[in-house]
Design a protein around this ligand. Structure first.
Ligand code: NOJ
Length: 546
């Protein structure tokens, strides 16, 4: 293992996941764009405590794309889609973000390209085209049908027949997103060069899309039937357990080679999209043996049962498998999952904000999460997500969590002067940046306060984590501490007030979901009552034992 990077900025970072189509529209076409992001950098971080204070940005894809999957179908990895602006706009964004100390991560989509990518148009031209093997082609199966039983995540078979050349090509997602063949060395080299192109521009790292399925079984064997799957009840994409179409042994070499490319520059960071349990995450952390710059996203909080014990047990077990250089992270929402507030309700969402910003590891905020924004209901004529178009009415559509950022309560939400590409949603009348700035109790102010507290508190950034027993099963308590600083966090997972027992600590209330009366200074000793879904953060005086 090589020594850790000189400036492990990701260990101090609060990462803001921005969905560019929905952040701010600067040219009046109804879609968000790069100039819109530049215009709102002050909101994200203006260097003072009156801005959100995030220190890293991850942009969902901004590359040239026919937008079959809203940018996750890349037609040219090194060109900006005109919908988002120009390369000059991108360069300006990168420069201005860096001026503010904000790192910029791009979305790297290695599993597939757009069907319109020149590599695929060549590949499909003939069976003997030099690019044929860049994608995964197979003859029809014995019965003349699909080569095997693999299914697409978006419903239906993962194979489409190319009539002209008589073979099927593989697409783990849409037919418009053919899968690249990562067993082909030329594909690997070409994609490494894509990483280098952006690294040479100065980006600080990548979020890597859909890594688990990058390498497929070399014999294209059938996946295993899923005994728990019921037609019409369960997700069509789960009909088979992906033992051969995903999670292959060779994957760790590919991930390792991404890290090697990133290590050609200094202080780069790689995050992988992989929905894994704790043992799976453990394995993924091991993929980059030479450079400790890689972390798999941890999505487990999204699906955990709502209980203090479940959260404590999960986080304790996750912490336990991490090596000294492994850096944890906690994801509460993204462009593929229903919004935090819609999953948990506004009170519990506030509690999760306290957890997110006081946990050890990379804090991640999905745009609008800081506003407490719920999903926006999408009418049948408003659907833009291809998944919803293919598997209709089952709740898989991702439009509800992708609607425009509400900047104010005007028509168009300050997002656009035109008709927004997805509806603003009625919640944005009160849940918007302008209104929430004025309300000291707003979700925005809670996030802003917590983000700044975290940035200024060594114990919250690099301190140890340890769960503590507060004598109440509804309350999750933990301590974050360095030699010089110590915090006690108490999260009441119950609707009812909860009493906790403290062992004579004296501390200062520094943050929480509820307003605490008085000057904020409290002697914390004996019993303390937490309100319904209340979270409190105390900075303890040195010498307190927990
Ligand atoms: C995962 C991305 O997060 C999702 O939005 C996309 O549709 C698929 N990968 C395919 O790229």
């Amino acid at each position: 293992m090589e020594p850790p990077p000189k400036d492990p900025w990701y260990r101090r970072a609060t990462l803001y996941h921005l969905y560019p189509l929905s952040f701010a529209d600067s040219n009046g076409d109804g879609y968000g764009d790069i100039r819109g992001i530049i215009d709102h950098l002050d909101y994200l971080n203006n260097g003072n405590s009156d801005s959100l204070g995030i220190t890293a940005l991850w942009l969902s894809p901004i590359y040239l794309s026919p937008m079959a999957d809203w940018g996750y179908d890349v037609a040219d990895h090194t060109a900006i889609d005109p919908r988002f602006g120009t390369m000059a706009d991108f360069d300006e964004l990168l420069e201005k973000a860096h001026e503010r100390g904000v790192k910029l991560l791009l979305d790297f989509v290695p599993n597939h390209t757009s069907e319109l990518h020149k590599w695929f148009t060549q590949s499909r031209a003939s069976q003997d085209n030099p690019k044929r093997d860049w994608y995964i082609w197979a003859d029809p199966g014995k019965d003349g049908g699909y080569p095997n039983n693999w299914v697409s995540y978006f419903g239906g078979p993962a194979w489409s027949l190319d009539k002209k050349t008589g073979q099927y090509y593989l697409h783990t997602f849409l037919p418009q997103q053919p899968d690249l063949n990562w067993r082909n060395a030329d594909v690997r080299d070409a994609m490494f060069d894509v990483l280098r192109f952006w690294l040479n521009k100065g980006v600080d790292g990548f979020r890597t899309d859909a890594v688990m399925g990058l390498v497929k079984d070399d014999q294209l064997r059938d996946d295993a039937p899923n005994p728990n799957w019921r037609a019409g009840v369960n997700d069509p994409g789960d009909e088979f357990i992906r033992i051969h179409s995903s999670g292959q042994r060779e994957l760790s070499n590919v991930l390792g080679s991404f890290c090697d490319v990133l290590a050609e520059k200094e202080n780069k960071f790689l995050l992988s999209e992989a929905y894994l349990n704790v043992p799976g995450l453990h394995k993924m952390y091991g993929a980059c043996v030479r450079h400790p710059v890689h972390a798999p996203f941890n999505f487990n909080l999204i699906g955990l049962p709502w209980s203090a014990v479940a959260y404590r047990d999960f986080i304790d077990s996750y912490e336990a498998i991490l090596g000294p250089e492994d850096w944890p992270n906690y994801v509460l929402g993204n462009h593929d999952r229903h919004r935090l507030v819609s999953r948990l309700g506004p009170e519990r969402a506030r509690l999760m904000a306290v957890l997110e910003m006081t946990m050890r590891g990379l804090a991640v905020v999905y745009y609008g999460e800081e506003l407490g924004l719920p999903d926006t209901p999408i009418g049948p004529t408003e659907v833009r997500d291809p998944w919803e178009q293919r598997v209709t009415g089952r709740g898989y559509g991702r439009d509800p969590e992708r609607t425009p950022m509400p900047w104010n309560s005007e028509n168009g939400g300050g997002f656009t002067d035109a008709t927004p590409w997805l509806p603003m949603g009625s919640a944005s009348a009160s849940l918007n940046v302008e209104s929430e700035r004025r309300d000291p109790e707003s979700s925005l102010n809670l996030y802003q306060h917590l983000i700044h507290l975290r940035a200024e508190s060594p114990a919250l950034i690099e301190g140890d984590y340890r769960s503590v027993d507060l004598g109440n099963g509804y309350v999750y308590g933990y301590v974050r501490e360095t030699e010089r600083q110590k915090f006690l966090v108490m999260l009441n997972f119950d609707f009812n007030p909860a009493t906790v027992t403290l062992r004579g600590q004296v501390g200062k209330w520094v943050a929480g979901t509820h307003k605490v009366e008085g000057d904020g200074l409290s002697g914390v000793a004996g019993e303390l009552e937490l309100g319904s879904y209340e979270g409190r953060v105390y900075e303890l005086m040195q010498g307190d034992k927990s």
